[in-house]
Design a binder for this molecule. Structure first.
Ligand code: NAD
Length: 355
């Protein structure tokens, strides 16, 4: 698989990636290589990575607990302190080995320690491979509000090796696939059809779907690295989806959902709004809803809960002047940005989740 270049950084695949990593290490001679992992990627991914790194440099592993609840400034403070104690300097390299939590958090930590050290992402979850480790967005949550603190700063490189997925739990494979479906919805009807037809996350064919998804995200980011226009499309399903995630984090009495699961529900809500405001064909909406039903998420919300979520949507970073701005679909494969919709229609759209 050919490397993909986005403006100032490259995504490498499989062994080409580890070759590029070793070449970079040889050329730059980092004094210390810090590898950030969580407890799960330490157990499942670190043993696969380690023999592939060719270096005489000191390697220090920093391990954090897994989970979104640790993607916060307290964890950053702990890792910043560990880095300083372990002698991190501008000649150090940080490798973030993990899912989206590790790459978001590690990219932010590396971008801020000593005013920034070089870092690489090696995503080990499907969501990380097709989304989080591409595009240079790094950051952490603030309380229950997602990704409020962060920077846009590209890694030296991202290395995608689907081999890591062999140990990823099924629920997280489904979680990552949601963003792949989203890539089809916003930019490529054929890819959406291919995703719907694909059921085996471990086939060679699936590796090529991962590649195509990485390419779709990369093309959009290349066009619009700072999210002034086209990149907003990547947030399809995320205005409502992030509100669902934040709402459920604030209400631990309700079952938690994974990021992708919330986005899948957000996709249904925003597809319903697309029919109302952007002329998405009703048949296309039904097709999207049918796909959502196969996920069997059984999410439902009362009108009162939806009103609380509308308040949460006001924190969405795409908004301007306090108005909630949606990305909506015109067709499966094309979108419009900056759409305002009524609260009544948002409530109606949420009720569609259970139909
Ligand atoms: P995650 O990092 O929590 O990983 C999911 C779980 O899988 C974790 O328990 C992790 O330890 C485990 N895991 C990861 N790889 C494994 C492997 N190979 N084998 C066994 N276990 C493994 O979550 P995620 O779903 O990867 O990412 C979600 C995060 O990504 C969210 O915080 C979201 O905001 C962020 N995100 C960022 C961007 C971006 O552009 N920066 C885009 C999308 C999502």
């Amino acid at each position: 698989m050919e490397p993909i270049t986005i403006n100032n950084f490259t995504i490498y695949f499989e062994n080409q990636g580890f070759k590029a990593l070793n070449k970079w290490i040889k050329e730059h001679q980092p004094g210390t290589i810090f590898i950030l992992v969580d407890d799960k990627t330490m157990e499942n991914c670190y043993p696969y990575l380690m023999p592939k790194i060719e270096t005489t440099a000191r390697i220090e592993v920093i391990e954090i607990d897994h989970g979104e609840e640790f993607k916060n400034i307290d964890t950053c403070a702990g890792v910043w302190s560990a880095l300083v104690e372990l002698g991190c300097d501008r000649n150090s390299l940080m490798i973030n080995l993990g899912g989206g939590v590790i790459t978001d958090l590690g990219g932010f930590i590396a971008s801020t320690i000593k005013r920034g050290i070089p870092f690489m992402h090696i995503p080990t979850s499907l969501l990380g491979m097709v989304d989080a480790a591409i595009g240079g967005k790094n950051g952490v949550d603030l309380g229950n509000l997602k990704n409020q603190i962060g920077v846009i700063n590209a890694p030296v490189m991202t290395i995608i090796d689907p081999e890591f997925l062999k140990t990823l739990p099924q629920q997280h494979l489904v979680n990552g696939s949601i963003e792949m479906f989203k890539h089809g919805l916003i930019s490529d009807r054929v890819y959406w059809n291919d995703m719907k037809a694909s059921h085996n996350f471990h086939s060679d064919h699936f590796n090529s779907l991962i590649y195509q998804s990485a390419l779709i995200k990369s093309d959009i980011v290349t066009m619009d690295p700072f999210e002034k226009g086209a990149r907003k499309a990547l947030n399809y399903g995320h205005t409502a989806g992030h509100a669902i995630e934040s709402y459920l984090m604030e209400h631990p009495d309700r079952a938690a959902v994974l990021h992708g699961e919330a986005i899948a529900a957000g996709i249904v809500v925003e597809s319903y709004l697309s029919v109302q405001y952007a002329d998405l064909a009703l048949d296309s909406y039904k097709e999207i809803k049918e796909w959502y039903n196969t996920l069997q998420l059984n999410l439902s919300f009362t009108d009162k809960e939806v009103l609380e979520m509308i308040e949460l949507m006001k924190y969405d970073k795409k908004n301007t002047n306090g108005a909630i701005k949606f990305v909506l679909l015109e067709t499966i494969g094309s979108f419009v940005t900056n759409q305002e919709v009524s609260n009544e229609m948002i409530m109606e759209a949420f009720q569609e989740l259970i139909n």
